[in-house]
Each structure stands twice: as C-alpha cells, then as structure tokens.
Design a protein around this ligand. Structure first.
Ligand SMILES: Cc1cc2nc3c(=O)[nH]c(=O)nc-3n(C[C@H](O)[C@H](O)[C@H](O)COP(=O)(O)OP(=O)(O)OC[C@H]3O[C@@H](n4cnc5c(N)ncnc54)[C@H](O)[C@@H]3O)c2cc1C
Length: 481
C-alpha cells in the first residue's frame, strides 16, 4: 500500500492524475490504433512502437487541456475520418504525427450531415467519410441558490481552471466537498492529508458515501479511514443554499445545519455533452447521452460516438447506466475504430460493466458490475460469496496484508453479476479479473476451478485464493449449481 503515490504528491508533480485527464489522449490513441490496425493492414507493425508515445503524449496533452479541439484524423492510405474532442498539444510538437494523424485545434460548432462536414469556430470546414464524436461530458452544477458565488468549484477538465482551484484550495481552511462518489472521496482524502489544519466536510445525499459502486461493508471501510483522518462526513443531507458576499461563506444544509466554508468543490457527476449531436438531429435515445448501437454507431451510420458523450446501458439490466470512465471510453474507441468502415461482428459492446478502482488513505477499493443492492433492485435473486485472505503466503510473511472480497451471483444460474475488493494495490488489478469474469459470464463453479499463478511474495496461497474462496462460499449457498 505504501508504494502508491498520493494524489497530493501527484498534484505537486503532475496535475494530470487529479482529473483523470490523460484519458482523452488515450481515447484518441485507442481509436487511432484500432482504425489503423483494422483498416490499414500495411501499417499494422507500426502500432506497437506508437504505443510508447502514449505516455509522453498524454502528459503534454493535459498541459493544454483548456482549449477545445477538433483534430482531423487522416490516416495514411485510407479515407479521412474526423474526430471531435481529441486533445493535441497546441503548438509545435504534434504527438499524433507518428501515427499518421493530422491534428487541428478548433471547436466544432456544427455538423452538416448532408454535406458530411463539421464547421469549426475558426470557420474551417472539416469533411469526413466517418465522424467519431468523443466530446466528453460536463460537470453537473447543482441548482442550489448561491452556486454562482466565488470559490465554488466544479471539477472541470480545464488545466487553467484546475490550477486556479488548487491554489485557492491551498489557502482555504474550511472546505466543503459536495458529493461522496469517488471524486469527492479522493478530494477529501487529499485535502485532509495536506497537513494544513483544514476542516474538510463531505456532504452526500445518499445514506452512505460511494454507495453507487459499493455495498455498505466496503463503503464503510473508506468512510472509517476518512473519519479517522478528520473528514467530517455528512450523509443523508443535501446543500440547500450557499451564502456569502462575493465569495462563499456558508453552506445551509437540508437538515437546517449551517457550515462555515471558504471554498466548495462540487463532485456530483457529469452530463454527456450532447449539444453538437442534438443540433445535428442525431438520436439522443432517452436523453442520457448520444444513442449508439453495439458498434458505437449513432442513428447516422457515418457518425460514431464514444466515451462520456455516448449513452451507456448496464451489462445486465440494460437500463441507462450513468457510467463515465476512461477505461470504458477507450474500449468504446477501440470498438468504433475497428468497425469504422466495415462491421466485424466480433467487436461489440454488450453493455457497460463499470469496473473501476479508487484509493483512499492507503486502501484500494475496486468494484465491477452490480452491487448486491443494485442487483436486488434490478430484480435478481442473488447469493454472495465472501473471502478475506492474505496477499502473500505464508500469512506471516513480512509486509503481508489482507484482501477482502465479495462476489455477487445470480441464484438461479450461478453466473457472476458483480464483485468488490479491498486491500493493497493488487486490488486495483484484481477488480479487472472480476470485470472479465463478469463479461464472460463465469459461474461460481468456473471461478472455483480456474487455474491461476501463485507465488509466496506476490499472491495469496493457491489453497486460499480470494476468487476461489469467495466462489466456494457462494457455492455452499447455491447448492443446486
Ligand atoms: C476528477 C476525475 C477523475 C477521474 N478519474 C478517473 C479514473 O481514475 N479512471 C477512469 O477510468 N476515469 C476517470 N475519470 C473519468 C474520465 O476522465 C472520463 O470518463 C474520460 O475522460 C472520458 O473521456 P472522453 O474522451 O469521453 O471525454 P473527455 O475526457 O471529457 O474529453 C472530451 C474532449 O472533447 C472536447 N470537446 C468538447 N466539445 C467539443 C467541440 N465542440 N469541439 C471540439 N472539442 C470538443 C473537450 O474540450 C474535451 O477535451 C475521472 C473524471 C474526473 C472528472
């Protein structure tokens, strides 16, 4: 656990991790790589070396995050494709060049589907055969009286805005964070760790923090850590008003309490950026993002949408899923890239699993698929399996710590619906195994008998492997499977 950099350390060196903003570049590369691999066979071999560039590129890209851009993706040897919303460095060095991508800095103002072109704010026209919209999301601004006061921030992916916010937060003594999802929780953890005698208030309207991704036994681990560090967590309440002169001074909560504040950070989620597509008459589905099919095509077969701007359906319930993750965006970009000119039937998205991890005060928490609570709400009859094992073996090995896991299965089929894990940095990868098991519809029996690598320094023992123990625990309850 000690090996992980805190967000504060990252803030001091590179701001990019604070907002997850290496992602747009990753999305661009995931898309470009897929287009190149699947549509320009002669350049297949070059893609591996391009991969190296991604790290460097995404750093540079983040430093120029404040401008909206429209690069024109023109891959050598194939028809041009335009992609809105991919960052590039504003001047000089062009990180996409190596991949044969021409980039332009501009804001897409409108899409003319009849002419197949995009009009930029500069007045330039970008013609396309295929257009990929990757224009992201905007933070939700709560409709609360006084929200326009100074020192109330949302987490915009805008470098200058974020730099200013970080500076102001450094000086603020009383900070209220609105929203107990992973953004709010990570902000609270970092701000309380900054060692500057700050009062940090975390306000969440649900009964528990992190409750959309974790069942209570996992969410409460994060809560305990934050409360021990001094964060004042208020759940089951909303902010009804902000008051102050020019800057915010007080937050009035729905239970009548008043909190003195110097700054507020709103981390209550995002809304898909659909304006451009909406104006062009592209189908918005049920209004939760641009509608796409399994190949990421919008209602216009020449236009694809990926990432936060595209609507998501839950993998199991098929209901709208408000998942906005870079990992999902990159997977969608790969799917769009592969199917751009020809449907390949093999690369499709069948729903969003929503695998993610967070890091709170030295504890990694990961979640994939449905929580027990969400599964029951979605009308599944479930059984759960639990495991608590050491991360090395034997358990007396120096530096050993505990990994806690919960898996959720459908009672009638034994198929895994979700899982949660808590522990050291390994948990950040274990949750990805759970995500893959969900995507492949593993049963408890298959998980119990799967073959894994074990090593005394690196993993739990083969006899007490977390996934196996949790699956066995569930199997005892499943009996009939
Ligand atoms: C604080 C924070 C932390 C996060 N941490 C994680 C994490 O740890 N793991 C994870 O998986 N996800 C994380 N995310 C989510 C992740 O950042 C997003 O899901 C991801 O960036 C989505 O990528 P995208 O390309 O769809 O959209 P974005 O990253 O939002 O990029 C869209 C781009 O399009 C540009 N654009 C918009 N309109 C136009 C236009 N008209 N013309 C031209 N350009 C336009 C925007 O300026 C922007 O540059 C985090 C998000 C936040 C806010």
């Amino acid at each position: 656990m000690g090996n992980l950099k805190t967000y504060r350390e990252m803030l001091e060196s590179e701001i990019k991790e604070v907002v997850g903003c290496t992602e747009p570049a990753s999305v661009a590369f995931a898309f470009a790589r897929a287009v190149k691999i699947f549509n320009d066979k002669s350049s297949r071999g070059q893609m591996l070396s391009d991969f190296k560039a991604e790290v460097t590129v995404s750093r540079d890209v983040f430093r120029n995050i404040s401008t909206v851009r429209v690069p024109v993706v023109k891959l050598k040897g194939i028809e041009p494709a335009a992609s809105c919303g991919i960052y590039t460095k504003a001047a000089g060095f062009n990180p996409f060049e190596k991949s044969g991508i021409e980039s332009r800095v501009d804001k897409a103002e409108s899409i003319n589907r009849a002419e197949k072109n995009v009009i930029g704010a500069s007045g330039d026209e970008y013609f396309y055969d295929k257009l990929v919209l990757a224009i992201g999301s905007n933070p939700i601004i709560p409709p609360v009286k006084g929200i326009e006061l100074d020192n109330i921030f949302s987490v915009k992916k805008d470098f200058l805005y974020l730099s200013d916010m970080v500076n102001k937060l450094k000086d603020a003594r009383n900070i209220l964070i609105l929203g107990g999802g992973f953004i709010g929780v990570e902000f609270a953890d970092e701000l309380i760790s900054s060692g500057k005698n700050k009062n940090i208030y975390l306000v969440e309207m649900a009964d528990q923090i992190l409750s959309s991704s974790f069942d209570d036994e996992f969410a409460s681990m994060a809560r305990d850590i934050l409360e021990k560090k001094g964060v004042k967590i208020m759940t089951g309440v909303k902010v009804s008003e902000f008051r102050g002169g020019k800057s915010v001074e007080k937050a009035i909560l729905s239970d009548g309490s008043i909190v003195a504040v110097d700054a507020v950070v709103c981390g209550i989620g995002g809304v898909p950026n659909t304006e451009l597509a909406g104006k062009a008459g592209i189908d918005m589905g049920r209004g939760k993002g641009i509608w796409t099919d399994e190949y990421m095509r919008t209602s216009d077969p020449s236009i694809f949408a990926v990432g936060d701007c595209a609507g998501k359906r839950d993998f199991f319930t098929r209901k709208d899923a408000p998942v906005m993750l870079a990992s999902v965006a990159a997977a969608e970009a790969r799917i769009a890239g592969a199917n751009l000119y020809e449907l390949r039937a093999i690369r499709q998205i069948h729903g969003t699993i929503g695998a993610f991890s967070t890091y709170v005060g030295g504890l990694v928490l990961g979640s994939a698929g449905l929580t027990e609570k969400a599964a029951k709400k979605g009308n599944f009859n479930v059984v759960t399996g639990q495991a608590e094992v050491t991360d090395k073996h034997p358990g007396k090995m120096p530096g050993c710590s505990t990994i806690k896991m919960k898996l959720i299965f459908s009672k009638s089929s034994g198929i895994i619906l979700g899982g949660q894990v808590a522990g050291n940095f390994l948990a950040g990868e274990i949750v990805n195994i759970i995500g893959m098991a969900i995507e492949k519809h593993f049963t408890a029996t298959e998980l119990e008998t799967f073959q894994m690598a074990t090593h005394p320094y690196l993993t739990p023992p083969p006899t007490k492997y977390h996934l196996v123990i949790a699956a066995q625990d569930a199997l005892k309850k499943l009996q009939s499977v």
